[in-house]
Design a protein around this ligand. Structure first.
Ligand code: MTE
Ligand code: MO
Length: 364
């Protein structure tokens, strides 16, 4: 159908919703350093907007000395092209494990696949902001897309903001290419923001407007993506009630063996990835088969850059019968993941970064 034509995904992506389109990467795709376009997860709050690339313009306004209006051609001609490999992860990733602790009505029940990695190419946001001349009273850079979400109150285009320091750090891109191909419409063409190391929600797709402001974005989704107190009612919560999410929470996933796998006796290779927020890197990954009493140090790939997941592996001889594998990551600030999803449960089900747990069965 037309919808599948736009999304153009493999059959084994796990589709949670067709409209708006929400789908997870299959586990096999996450073992690769770069996720192919047809396996990259999709997270949307509205139907895909119709954007005519010819008449499309990017506006840069607010607290700037020289407001800009740029066509696709002007963006490509006036600014040096830059690339960054960066992992995008939805703040709702692994909400399903939180729902097991306590129900979270009305939200997508994401498993562990709302995460993928691409090589993004475009202009550096820092370069564009330098040309606009961000005034000293600006503290936040807000992004507005073209897709109007009925979920937002009042209905409004998707948007959000990041602090000026992150926006001008050099790693934030205005991307027109993904894995060295034209950015697919499904992933935000003609232009999207890529905020490496931050929750996916700040990487606004179908970008139309960049606004320098004294305050964070007042877009509905800026504070929707926040951690409410455990007993707050999400339908009654005000914009100031939550802790607004920015950098990704330190994360780790087991990719192989699969959940509930039946394994032959003998050594078992266990693999996964870990990802640290903002400019941190993963410093150590450990695996336990005795509920966290003892830990085996896994072999961990060195970081390519701070924005990309690091794969890890270890080989263990598991006892016959059922074993619960637990994997946890430490980052470069010696922060370690919390043990259980119950520790981090919150009413909207964001930022579940509990250690990875997975049960397998081994032959005698
Ligand atoms: N941008 C717009 N305009 N509309 C959206 O719904 N979803 C955000 C972000 N940017 C969204 C958006 C969220 S929550 C995530 S996790 C990422 O896009 C997902 O990017 P992807 O669909 O390219 O994987
Ligand atoms: Mo997200």
């Amino acid at each position: 159908s037309d919808v599948m034509g736009i999304w153009n995904k493999r059959d084994d992506v796990l589709v949670h919703q067709a409209e708006p389109y929400n789908a997870e990467s299959p586990p096999g795709a996450l073992t690769r350093r770069i996720t192919p376009l047809d396996s990259f997860y999709g997270r949307n709050h509205a139907p895909i907007p119709r954007v005519d690339p010819e008449s499309w313009r990017l506006r840069v306004d607010g607290l700037v000395d020289h407001p800009l209006e740029l066509s696709s051609d002007e963006l490509r001609r006036r600014f040096p092209e830059r690339s960054v490999v960066a992992t995008l992860q939805c703040a709702g990733n692994r909400r399903a494990d939180l729902i097991e602790v306590r129900d979270i009505p009305g939200q997508v029940s994401w498993g562990p696949g709302a995460v993928s990695t691409a090589r993004w190419t475009g202009a550096s946001l820092a370069d564009v902001l330098a040309e606009a001349g961000v005034r000293p009273d600006a503290a936040h850079i807000a992004f507005t897309g073209a897709d109007v979400s009925p979920q937002a109150q009042p209905p409004q285009p998707f948007g959000g903001s990041i602090p000026v320091a992150k926006a001008t750090s050099g790693e934030v891109l205005l991307a027109w290419a993904m894995n060295d191909q034209e950015l697919p419409v499904a992933h935000g063409a003609p232009l999207r923001v890529i905020v490496p190391g931050w929750i996916g929600a700040r990487s606004v797709k179908w970008l139309r407007r960049i606004t320098a402001r004294a305050e964070p974005s007042d877009n509905y989704f800026q504070t929707e993506y926040s951690i409410l107190p455990a007993e707050a009612d999400p339908l009654r919560a005000g914009p100031g009630d939550g802790i607004t999410l920015g950098p990704i929470a330190l994360h780790c996933a087991i990719l192989r063996p699969a959940k509930n796998a039946r394994l032959p006796s003998g050594p078992t290779e266990i693999t996964g990835f870990a990802l640290a927020g903002d400019d941190r890197t993963v410093a150590r990954v450990e695996v336990s088969t005795d509920h966290g009493r003892t830990w085996t140090h896994a072999d961990l790939d060195p970081p390519d850059n701070p924005w990309t997941w690091q794969h890890w592996r270890t080989t263990l001889t598991l006892p016959p019968g059922e074993t619960e594998l637990v994997a946890r990551a430490w980052d470069s600030t010696a922060t370690v993941q919390p043990e259980s999803p119950a520790t981090v449960w919150n009413p909207r089900g964001y930022a579940n970064n509990a250690a990875a747990h997975l049960r397998v069965l081994c032959a005698p």
